[in-house]
Design a protein around this ligand. Sequence first.
Ligand code: TEU
Ligand code: CA
Length: 539
Amino acid sequence: MAATGTKKWWKNAIVYQIYPRSFCDSNGDGIGDIPGIISKLNYLKNLGVDAIWLSPIFPSPGYDNGYDISDYMGVNPEFGTMEDMERLISRAKRIGIKIIMDLVISHTSDEHEWFKKALEGDPKYRNYYVFRDNKNNWASFFGKSTWTKTQAGDYYLHLFSEKQPDLNWQNPDVYNEMVKIMRFWLDKGISGFRLDGVNTLYKDSLENGRRRLVLTGRENYLNTEGGHNLLRRFNRDVWSKYKTFIVGETVFISPNEAKLLCDEGRNELDAIFFFDHMHVDSRGVKWVKKQYRPQRLIRILDKWQNALEYPANYLENHDRVRSVNHYGNISEFWGKSAKLLCGLNLSLKGIPFIFEGEEIGMTNGDFRGLRDIKDIESFNANQFMKRLFLTHKLRRKLILRTSRDNARTPVQWDSTENAGFTTGTPWLKINSNSSYINVETEQDDEDSILNFYKKMIEFRKSSKALSEGTYRKIASPSDVFIYTRECREERLYIYCNMTSSNRAVEFYGDRIVFGNYYSEEQEYTYLKPYEFRIVASNI
Ligand code: TEU
Ligand code: CA
């Protein structure tokens, strides 16, 4: 697949994110698991993806669904055994799929041995975390204080929940532990890591921060020089020794900071996830909405296309709402808009990430009320809103439409009662639209979203312009995204009408080679609602 022997494998890769809890349950306990993933490897191969990003599978008390790790070198019994994991790695390898593990190194669970020993007063392990006699004014990601009082009367730092104490990255022992952990998994045959919140690791100081609406205190730890140094050391000591792909989840990241992290010459990360496009329709905090305007999304994507050589492109993940709800239209144009978003994500420059269920056009959860929601972030938000005296009705509305659980509902495999996800009771409510939005139904339908994904993936793989070419935006109506992807042999014009009405556009290029409308429906002076098309040019 790679053009030259030296080209890094991930530069042409298409990655599929699995949130194990919601993917496929093999034993009827209602929770997705590793044998479930193994049973779907052929499905993924058929879809055409090259790598899987596996959300955390480590032992965890599960307050943040595995993003609170209590043992980095084990497997959560809810998901299976180490043998299952080894089997997954070797079976995937046999069919040419690589595995990227999600590693949360900014914090552990408070039930990790290290933290337990720290609380017992063991000085070695106390220095793994951040204990202080006094709190500062920092705000946490989950809307509560960042400091929790211990029985001894002092406080520990946690940027997320109190169940997720932050590690002290100024302590070289913490670095050495993580080196061991990364080698342990790489030696088992995985191909890299998705590093959770990786630009927050190294705290320069614990000074009070400037007061902000979101994340007061962040200037003390975001993108610090100490943080860059840690990544360079990991790269030198571990990653460069294996053929890894390392993608960092980076919060509040700007293009300039991202360039520093991804610049090949600096030997830090390979790619980063940016977030701007997730916030197009919110005001400061995600619970407060403003109207979605496609031009804002287009402007942001264009900015990131120009900033980085290999942007990690995604339209949804386990922390966000479903993209077809976010940027598409789930009533009249569900199929068309889901295909448009597929076309967009898979024709941009960079590394496309597909989140489980996105390929069949899964929509947000249809929760009946707050009682259906399980996420800790939603729980905390509800508590917070209660303190502000928001009515139940309002809290319900704000939380249901934005909760992370919207993307975490079980994958819909068929039209049976529990959507083929489980034979038991699913841990999170399955969307009732599984009667028609499901893998089995879509496999049999030539015109389905799923088959569109397959064709688009194939198209991308067979096109040098799409997988390796340059990107350039072309002037267009502000809510239509038109760009070229070009290499020496091939120039493609990509058209994305991001709206639910017709849009007049200039027609460039010679032949329509791909699209989400039938050729007899395609016009040469305007685009139809959510139309996606690729036009080749004779150069
Ligand atoms: O998310 C980090 C992060 O930046 C979150 O604040 C994210 O913006 C939030 O979930 C949106 O509501 C990572 C994981 O992806 C997330 O699932 C974890 O909860 C979090 O780290 C803590 O480990
Ligand atoms: Ca299970």
